[in-house]
Design a protein around this ligand. Structure first.
Ligand code: C2E
Ligand code: MG
Length: 479
């Protein structure tokens, strides 16, 4: 009996030891793999003379733990603006070499004890301790922009030129924890980019306006997608020649549980950074397709064209045309009821993926539009080489009548006719603007004069009641 008990106990201990050993080994293997992966990732972005991201973050956190809040320090967050262009022009290897040289020049021109790390791909973080004040920090930002702009030789007779944008924030005014400071930096960087490239911006609380700004959005977006908080609004496009609805532009809104309805400028940039912008694209096409079927059921005689915006970042996704096509085909439709609006078409000149995507989208049946075409008529020559169906004229175009604007408008209209492109005038707010546009012979118009962007239900009501025929109605509230 005693012996039997001992045997059982031994067996249990034996199996116990085996299970524990397996568990410990698995955990160890997992940890080693994770560490190896992290090391590999870090190696991939270590550039000569720079700290690793982990080392710099740890240095900042150690400093944060040591200092009191009456001590101030500065952080700078740099992004190289036109890296993708250099890759496209010279390939990845030379672009990396050029970037390394720029990073080397910046790091070798930093004041004493100022540290710099390659934070991710083309972004660099700089840590200036309390011995430097805000003015010295701004001076440094200016110097860095100048360094980035200096031509970099990649071969003996070939140089490339970058520009950079810099976000700046100060501890403790703009955050007391590392994550808060990083959020402030991201917002400041976005703001610098919005001013055009080759700029720096210091974080300010207006960047997180009363509606919450972008700070929390990094965390909220994933949840919002799951909770279906995004919604498409539709702004009707009217054909004033036939007095019929021509189509509608879909504009995304975020019903934020805390901040109310947010417009795209408040979150699209963040989504571009996180990569969630691709989700907006596929979700948008699916929502549009469903709404199209709904409209077809209600108004079988009305052919409505749906416009949807794509950012240049979305256009960089090679699989985009096939993904979009797959969605539309799932509903047994062809994509000719969707017109994709692209904004910065000058990019399409330089970027082969965008160009290729434009042709593929066109080939599979999507219509294409240029969004927000301005007074730059020299851009027409670029348009000539693109498979575009519609030019959307910017509202600033018609805000004030001038001889030169009218001449440029004539030129564009003439160009569109020759190339069988349509023109839509956006942002028509007043009777005068509408008259100006009509006098130029533009029939397709869109703007608050006819309707604000509205929810799908309201769009159906709008079509049913042919409300555009009533013109500027009572509910118009300008943004
Ligand atoms: P956009 O394509 O130029 O869109 C027109 C913007 O002008 C819209 O702002 C619209 O609400 C506004 N608007 C319309 N009529 C008038 C008017 O009469 N007067 C004035 N002052 N404004 C008018 P919104 O909805 O805030 O969109 C801003 C931009 O966000 C859009 O500019 C577009 O580039 C981008 N966007 C919107 N939805 C999406 C989307 O689903 N994906 C992507 N990638 N971008 C989007
Ligand atoms: Mg648009």
């Amino acid at each position: 009996m005693f012996l039997q008990m001992t045997d059982e106990t031994y067996m249990m201990i034996f199996f116990g030891v085996i299970i524990v050993t397996i568990a410990v080994t698995t955990i160890l293997i997992f940890r080693v793999r994770k560490e190896k992966r992290r090391f590999k990732e870090e190696q991939a972005i270590i550039l000569e003379g720079l700290l690793t991201k982990t080392a710099l973050v740890s240095s900042i956190n150690t400093y944060l733990a040591k200092i009191t809040s009456d001590i101030a320090f500065s952080l700078l967050y740099i992004d190289i603006d036109n890296y993708a262009d250099i890759i496209n022009a010279f390939g990845n290897k030379d672009a990396v070499r050029a970037l390394e040289k720029v990073a080397y020049h910046i790091s070798h021109n930093l004041p004493k004890r100022v540290q710099m790390a390659n934070y991710k791909s083309t972004q660099f973080l700089i840590f200036m301790r309390s011995e430097y004040d805000r003015f010295q920090c701004l001076e440094l930002a200016k110097n860095i922009l100048a360094i980035i702009k200096k031509p970099v030789k990649i071969y003996h007779d070939i140089s490339v030129q970058f520009t950079g944008s810099i976000g700046i924030c100060f501890y403790p005014a703009h955050g007391r924890k590392f994550n808060q400071l990083m959020n402030s930096l991201q917002l400041a960087l976005q703001s610098a980019k919005k001013q055009g490239n080759n700029n720096f911006a210091v974080y300010s609380s207006t960047m997180t306006d009363g509606r919450g700004g972008d700070v929390e959005y990094h965390y909220d977006i994933k949840k919002a997608m799951e909770n279906k908080e995004f919604e498409l609004y539709y702004q009707p496009i009217i054909n004033v020649a036939t007095n019929q609805i021509f189509g509608a532009e879909a504009l995304v809104r975020w019903n934020h549980p805390k901040h109310g309805v947010l417009t795209p400028v408040q979150f699209i940039n963040t989504m571009e950074q996180t990569g969630d912008i691709n989700w907006i694209g596929t979700w948008g096409v699916e929502s549009l397709t469903q709404e199209y079927l709904e409209l077809k059921k209600r108004f079988p005689d009305n052919a409505v064209l749906f416009n949807m915006n794509l950012s240049p970042k979305q256009m960089m996704e090679e699989t985009l045309p096939q993904e979009f096509l797959k969605i539309v085909r799932k509903y047994n439709l062809t994509p000719d009821f969707i017109c994709l609006e692209i904004s910065d078409f000058s990019l399409a000149e330089k970027t082969s993926i965008i160009k290729q995507n434009l042709y593929s989208l066109k080939k599979v049946g999507f219509k294409l539009a240029i969004n927000g075409f301005g007074l730059d008529y020299t851009a027409l020559s670029a348009l000539e080489r693109m498979p575009i169906d519609i030019i959307k004229l910017d509202r600033h175009f018609f805000e004030n009548e001038s001889f030169i604007n009218t001449k440029i408008a004539d030129l564009i209209i003439d160009f569109a006719r020759k190339h069988r492109m349509m023109i839509i005038s956006e942002g028509i707010e007043t009777e005068e603007m509408l008259k100006m546009v009509c006098d130029l012979g533009i029939d397709l118009v869109q703007g608050y004069y006819f309707s604000q962007p509205v929810l799908a239900d309201n769009l159906r009501e709008y079509i049913e009641g042919a409300k555009w025929k009533k013109g500027n109605d009572e509910e118009i509230v300008l943004n």
